[in-house]
Ligand binder design. Sequence first.
Ligand code: XMP
Length: 430
Amino acid sequence: MKQDMIVILDLGSTENTTIARQIRDLGVYSEIHPHDITVGELKNLENVKGIILNGGENRVVDGKAVDIDPALYQCGYPMMAIDHPTAKCERTEDALPSEENLKAFVFDVCQALANWNMKNFIEDQVELIRKQVGGRKVLLALSGGVDSSVVAAMLIKAIGQQLVCVHVNHGLMRKNESESVVEVFKNQLHANLIYVDAVERFLGKLEGVADPEQKRKIIGGEFIRVFEEEARKLEGIDFLGQGTIYPDIIESGTKTAKMVKSHHNVGGLPEDLKFELVEPLKQLFKDEVRACGLELGLPESMVYRQPFPGPGLGVRCLGAITRDRLEAVRESDAILREEFERAGLNKKVWQYFTVVPDFKSVGVKNNARCFDYMVIIRAINTVDAMSATVERVDWDVLERITERILAEVGNVCRVCYDMSPKPPATIEFE
Ligand code: XMP
């Protein structure tokens, strides 16, 4: 292993991730481990230079005291306990060490080297993946999203043709999205990529289904079935690659932190298709995943992609999906993205997209009455997607987008801008 590491033992403080970030910002790698880690497990981690105990001894979580194995105190690693007056209650806002203290501990006491960078991280992961996988094969569902793309690039670097990527085009992708997955991974990185055109299958299943939850269930369920069918056709696959990242693990709840939400694995696969997981990004924060992707040579457009829901344009073509409205969503979204990029808004705005409702409104085209669809533009900013504010898009930019949508997208006679913050509106419409 190339990198020194500071281990943070999780005594339930909500500040652990912040401290891990602070240490990584100092150029030293840091991982959070459960408080009940054994001496043996700790010794198995390579290059540990020191331990931080955050929350103090005898921390009380849900009425129960938690503490580390006393044997750990005798292990010989330098230890820093961040104790604070509120250690016995759930609030921990004063549990952050000052940068000076942290630096003194990490560099002077632990003598850790600032050798945490993406190059070293990638080399370490490549080595670990090769050790784990050996000569066997890994299967990966490659959606084209940031996480799955970076995992794919990492696995290609580590094991090349032993990686089998499956890209399912469910017909709800954005314009040119599936094409760019094929271009980048098959043509440029020469991945072993299976492209599954499941457009008709998905649209068939979705026909006439208007309820948003029902739509999501069909899309999610069908995705797993298509992936499973492809997996069954392949032979000798033992591993499943996954784009799990650090926040997924933290949000799933550690032993001492409360669960925020359950983590969605590709958990729906049947029992007889049990794979061992390969999760090379599970220690990275989102911005580190992006940096890793760039270091692995992925294009910026892929690495800085805005969030895109799993059910794709399916939840933006409101109500029962029809092909003409789906096309209107896809084309208007492409125009919006082009114009936001031209205006430099793609780097500034967190998420932006269009939706098409399932009703028509009256308009006039070529001096005649028409009855056509409406495109709604949504552009929001948020930190954690739990709440969001509306971007104040420049009027000229909005006018230009409107003109282009009205001129270039068929069956549309009206363009609106959504002014609603979250709450009460959600970011997506369905
Ligand atoms: P809402 O609409 O709940 O969205 O305010 C919050 C964020 O989550 C994204 N989103 C999804 N992402 N699968 C996903 O992977 C989904 O089913 C899904 N629904 C919403 C949404 O785009 C926004 O960024």
